[in-house]
Design a protein around this ligand. Structure first.
Ligand code: TUI
Length: 314
């Protein structure tokens, strides 16, 4: 069995977190991952408090196991969502796209386990001091909003910098990635892209098909000039965005172009205008499976590899 202290800390059976994918990770996917023994995560994303409350209630009709809520710190609703997680006694809060320390005192006081996603050693150190119980070290192979460092470089540096458990994210979609993450010192993984094609994932069919067809070089990072670098599948939208960015378009114009594009991909399956966020590992994702099959394949694959690892040493 692949287990680590993070399983005890959170009361989960398998050290697999499902990425809090904005506009995508709802109660349906999160409940299925938690029920399979991992940590399912509802993405609060840009939705308001009422939507999040409904999703939490729906999840609780489907599973009694621990789950998390991802608070996207750039959301205009971050303050109200930060209150809902306390009122609803959410067991775990994962944060993304910013510095969560201003909320952490209240969350920790409410008994919430706080696990910020960090793209740098500096933020990981800061959130440890503020009471985080673990951090997700997310490399730039990930889909969505990304930092500069790769998973291979970032994870061991964060592991050395903090005493709390580190969960690796970015470029992990099978047992090989999970085993590699453990070898880098991680105690668990967060996986987004592979769960996009899970049966219980309610993202548009077009999105799933595009991920299944993706290859190793199918993604691109745009938006570095705006300070919000985002990795997505190369599409007519990203081509147009990258062209205007290279032409030196002002930040306001680029942000205007990006507004609503993820929703168009996730909900409407609009290939022309949508932003199909996904990680570089999409080229490895070929099969639709249930969330439980995905969780079990990640863990079983890693167990086999880690058991056999001694064969490399003469
Ligand atoms: O947050 C993510 N991934 C995301 S958020 C998202 S929604 C979105 N939509 C359009 C534009 C931008 C976002 C889609 N994917 N991952 C965690 C993550 N956090 N990646 C990078 C960071 C990060 C970046 C800067 C965390 C902190 C930070 O600065 C900290 C500071 O000190 O302010």
């Amino acid at each position: 069995m692949l287990r680590s202290p993070i399983c005890e800390i959170l009361g989960i059976e398998k050290p697999v977190f499902q990425g809090g994918m904005a506009w995508i990770a709802d109660a349906s996917l999160a409940a299925a991952v938690s029920e399979a023994g991992g940590l399912g995560i509802i993405a609060a994303m840009n939705a308001n408090a009422d939507w999040l409350r409904e999703q939490i209630h729906e999840l609780r009709t489907k599973t009694t196991k621990p789950f998390g809520v991802n608070v996207m710190l750039m959301s205009p609703f971050a303050d109200e969502v930060a209150r809902v997680v306390v009122e609803e006694k959410v067991p775990v809060v994962v944060t993304g796209a910013g510095n969560p320390t201003k909320y952490m005192k209240d969350w920790v006081a409410a008994g919430i386990k706080v696990i910020p996603v960090c793209a740098s050693v500096g933020l990981a150190r800061m959130v440890e001091r503020a009471g985080a119980c673990a951090v997700v070290a997310e490399g730039g192979e990930s889909g969505g909003h990304v930092g500069e460092a790769t998973t291979m470089a970032l994870v061991p540096q964060v592991v050395d910098a903090v005493k709390i458990p580190v969960i690796a994210a970015g470029g992990i979609a099978d047992g090989r990635g999970v085993a590699a993450a453990f070898m880098l010192g991680a105690q668990g993984v967060q996986v987004g892209t592979r769960f996009l094609v899970a049966t219980e994932c309610t993202v548009s069919e077009e999105y799933k098909e595009r991920v299944l067809k993706a290859k190793d070089i199918s993604t691109i990072v745009t938006g570095r000039s705006t300070g919000h670098a985002v990795r997505c599948l190369k599409t007519p939208f990203t081509n147009a965005f990258a062209r205007r960015e290279n032409e030196g378009a002002p930040v306001e114009e680029l942000e205007q172009m990006g507004a609503g594009a993820l929703r168009k991909a996730a909900k409407d399956g609009n290939y022309e205008e949508g932003s199909f966020m996904c990680g570089q590992i999409a080229g490895l994702v070929h099969e639709r499976q249930s969330a439980a099959e995905i969780v079990n394949d990640l863990v079983d694959g890693a167990e086999q590899l880690l058991k056999g690892a001694a064969a490399w040493v003469a």
